[in-house]
Design a protein around this ligand. Sequence first.
Ligand code: ACM
Length: 503
Amino acid sequence: MLPLVPRPAELTRHNGFFALHAGVRVVAGPGAARAADLLTGFVGSGHGPEIRLSLRPGLGPEEYELDVAEDGVTLVASAEAGLFHGVQTLRQLGPDRWPCLRIRDRPRLAWRGVLLDVARHFMPLDFLYEFADLLALHKYNVLHLHLTDDQGWRLEIDGRPRLTDVGAWRSESMVGAAGSTVFDGVPHGGFYTRAELRGLVVHAAARGVRVVPEIDLPGHVRAALAAYPELGNHPERRLPVWTGWGISPDVLGVHDTALDFCRDVLAQTAEIFPSRHLHIGGDECPTTQWETAPAAVARAKALGLSDTAELHAWFLGELHGFLGELGRKSVCWDETGRSPGRLPPAMTVASWRDAAHGAQAVARGHQVIMAPHTSTYFDYPQTDGPGEPPRELVTTLADVHAYDPLAGNLPAADPDDGGRPGVIGTQAQLWTEHAPTPDHVRQLAFPRLCALAESAWSPGPRDYADFQARLAGHLDLLRALNALPKERVRFPGAVPTPRKPRT
Ligand code: ACM
C-alpha cells in the first residue's frame, strides 16, 4: 500500500525501485525550473540517474504523468501546476527509494482550499510558510487567509496606520464559547507587513498554492472601528478591539467614508495578492444599526430599497463591481443577509451553512465553493472526548472523508471557463477563536485535511478503509515534517466532552 494522500486517479505499480541514496540529477525542461527547484529541495541534485521534468501540451491544466523506472524518472505536465503536483507525489513515495510505477493524475475539483483565520489569533509568519508547504503536499491550491475580523486587523494598509497600530491588538481574549464570562487577561496581537505578505505569496506560488486574502466586510469589523470610529454608524462611540467571540452588532456604515475605506483597502489588498479571486466576507452582518443610522436610511431611500436589509446585498454588489474594475473576481460567504437572491450572479459564493444553501446558490447562477460547516469546519471537535474546542458539533475524520462536495448531482464548474454556474471546489475552515498557537492549528488540521484533500482531488468511489491504510504511512511523513504537535494539545475553554453528534 503506497502512502499517497490524496489517492491518485490512475496508478499502475511495476517491479523494482528507483534508488535515491546514491544521488540523483534533477533535469528541468523549459518552464519546469520552479518545479525542479522544489524537487531539488526535497531530494537534492548532483550526479546519478535522472529525474526529468518537462512541459508537453495535451494534458489538463493540473494533470501530470509520472513514470518511475529503475534507471530514471520522468514527470510531464502541460503546465507548471501539474509538475508541482507530481513533485508532491514523488515526495510522498519516500525518502530513500521509490517503487517503479506509472501514475496519471488530475484533480476532481479546481478550487481546493484551506482557510486559516489569522484574525482571531495571529499566527507567526514562519508558520504560514510551513502551512503553505503542507497544503501543497496535499495538492490543495488555495490558502485563504482570513486577515481581518472583530478581534484583530492583521494587514498593513498604507495611509491608515491605526488599522495596525490600534486594530491589531486586543487587551485579552474570551475563554470558552461565545457568551462566556471568562477572559484570560493576556494581551494579544500582531500583523503582517506588505513585504511579508508578498514574500508569502511568492513562497506559496512556488508550490502551486495561491493566497486568497479575505477582508471581512461590512460586518466583523470591530477592529477597524476601534481604529477609525468614523467608519461605523456611531462615530461618537469609542469601541475597543473586541475581546469576545460571536457576532458583533457593530458594523460599517453605509456612507461614502465607509465605502471609500473599503475600496482603498481592497485596492491595496489587490496590489499585494495577485490572486484573481479576492474574498470580501459578507457574513454575519446584523443590519440593526442601519435601521436608525441617518446615512444608512438616506442611502436606502435614495436607492429605492424597501428595507435597510437590502443594503447588505447592495453594499457587497458595490464592492464586487469595484473589484471587477480591478480585473478581479469577488468571493463572499453565502450567508448574505436577508436578500441573497440580489447578489450579482457573477460573485463566487462560499457556502458555509448547510450544503443545501450551496445548491441554491448554484441554482441562482453562482459559482460555489462548498464549505458546509458540518463537514469542513475543522475548528469543531474531531472526537467526543475531553480537551476538544468548545464547539457543539463533532466533525470526525470519517465525516470529512465521507463528504462529497458534488452530492446531489451538483455540476462541477471551472472558475476559468467564463463563470458557468456550479461547484468550483471545496475548502476547509480553520477558525482560531479556540486555537491560540500553531500547535492548536496543527492538531485541528490533521488528519482531517488529508481526508478533505481526497474529496477535493480524488475520483470516486471513496473507500474509508483504503484511505486509513494509506494515511497510516502518510502520518509518518507528517510526523517527520513536524506537521503534527508533539503531544496532544488541550484547547482553552475545553469542556469535558462535546455533546452532539453531527446532524
Ligand atoms: C462564517 O462562519 N461566519 C463564515
